[in-house]
Design a binder for this molecule. Structure first.
Ligand SMILES: [Zn+2]
Length: 143
C-alpha cells in the first residue's frame, strides 16, 4: 500500500524494504527488530505493537513524504544512491562504455549514468529526474 512512498524514500537514499504480501504482523515486527528498522505503516494495530514505527496518515505520496521528513532527517548527500525498484545501491557508469546499451541521445548528453546491477537498469537525469528534483525541492530538501 505504501509502494510509492517506498520508491520515493529510496530515491532519497533511505534504506527501505517492503513487507511481502501475506507476511504476518508478527513476522514483520520480528524482521524490523532483527535489523533495527523503522516501520512505516498504515495499520494502527501494527503501529501500536512496534514503537519504532511511523503511522502514515496521508493518502497521497507527497503528504506521506512530508510526514516522513517532518520526523526523520534526510541526508542530502545520499540522494539518488539507491534503486527505486529494488533498494540496491546504484553504481556510476561512464557512458563511453555503454554504446548500444543506452540511447544515443543519453550518450551525447551525459558523461556518466547510474546503474542498478540487481535490476540491470540505467538511470539518468532526464525529464523524470528533473520532476523528482523539483518535487523534493518543493519539500524543502536541498539538492
Ligand atoms: Zn534495482
Amino acid at each position: 500500500m505504501l509502494g510509492r512512498l517506498a520508491r520515493w524514500l529510496r530515491i532519497m537514499g533511505i534504506d527501505v524494504e517492503y513487507a511481502s504480501p501475506g507476511m504476518s504482523d508478527t513476522s514483520i515486527i520480528n524482521t524490523c527488530l532483527e535489523h533495527d528498522m523503522i516501520l512505516l505503516t498504515r495499520d494502527k494495530e501494527l503501529h501500536v505493537r512496534y514503537p519504532k514505527s511511523l503511522y502514515i496518515e496521508a493518502q497521497d505520496h507527497m503528504g506521506q513524504i512530508r510526514q516522513f521528513i517532518s520526523r526523520y532527517r534526510v541526508d542530502e548527500s545520499r540522494l539518488f544512491t539507491r534503486c527505486p525498484q529494488c533498494n540496491a545501491l546504484l553504481e556510476k557508469k561512464k557512458t563511453g562504455e555503454l554504446k548500444g546499451i543506452i540511447p544515443d541521445g543519453v550518450l551525447d548528453r551525459f558523461s556518466s549514468v547510474l546503474y542498478c546491477n540487481n535490476c540491470d537498469k540505467y538511470y539518468w537525469e532526464g525529464d523524470h529526474f528533473n520532476r523528482i528534483v523539483k518535487a523534493l525541492e518543493g519539500l524543502g530538501i536541498r539538492i
